[in-house]
Design a protein around this ligand. Structure first.
Ligand code: B16
Ligand code: MG
Length: 215
């Protein structure tokens, strides 16, 4: 692709794997509420905002809760999740993620984070890369969550790049939809059935082939 100026990287599932912590925190909440929840159901929450995740988790039980109770449950889950984030260190990059960051910078490309998470800064600090990026777009930057393109458009704008000059790397189905909706090049990380609609797809972050994408 000619003219690529910047990469926008998703955080959870591309740079580090916090999905397990999200699962354990949601599972604890579900158990407390007596709502069935397992790892398979957790797959639906990949890349999905906190509120939408809770709605999906509660399913048919959603109607029995008031708005106040919903907000309390989101808060409770986030407390459990943030407790687990304390164990993250610079050793918790997904394989190939740290090398990808350095390779992008070495090629003179701008690099941003485009994540749905409101815990983005905490995770980046724990990984030791809070100062690495040219822009950070997270759950506080925009109101419309993925699959809306807003979180990526915000990142592109903050870097002074046009959408068509940006490559988005995503592990979530909704994230790939968001990148395509924003008019960006989409790189999917994960299985065909999840991210096969991206322009490029690799099984893991370590498999991403920059020569192929930038050719
Ligand atoms: P929080 P990403 C997403 O991050 C996660 O994949 C998703 O599981 C989570 O619900 C969402 O962030 C919101 O996270 O509760 O920390 O605000 O994949 O967009 O980097
Ligand atoms: Mg993700």
């Amino acid at each position: 692709m000619q003219n690529i100026a910047a990469f926008i990287l998703d955080l959870d599932g591309v740079i580090t794997d916090t999905a397990e912590y999200h699962y354990l925190a949601w599972k604890r909440l579900a158990d407390e509420e007596g709502v069935p929840f397992d790892r398979e159901a957790n797959e639906q929450l990949r890349g999905v905002s906190r509120r939408r995740s809770l709605e999906l988790l509660l399913g048919e039980h959603l109607g029995r809760y008031t708005e106040e109770e919903i907000l309390e449950m989101m808060d409770r889950k986030n407390g459990y999740y943030r407790e687990m984030l304390k164990t993250i260190t610079a050793r918790d990059f997904l394989p190939g993620a740290r090398a990808l960051l350095d390779a992008l910078k070495a090629r003179g490309l701008k690099v941003a984070i485009g994540s749905a998470s409101k815990n983005t800064m905490t995770v980046l600090e724990r990984l030791g890369i809070a100062d690495f990026f040219d822009a950070i777009s997270d759950g506080y930057s925009v109101t419309k969550a993925k699959p809306a393109p807003d979180v990526f458009l915000f990142a592109a704008d903050a870097m002074g790049a046009l959408p068509e000059q940006c490559v988005v790397v995503e592990d979530a189905q909704s994230g790939v939809v968001a990148a395509l909706a924003g008019g960006m090049i989409a790189v999917g990380v994960g299985p065909e059935e999840r991210v096969g609609h991206a322009h490029f797809r690799y099984d893991t972050t370590a498999d991403i082939d920059l020569d192929e994408i930038l050719a």
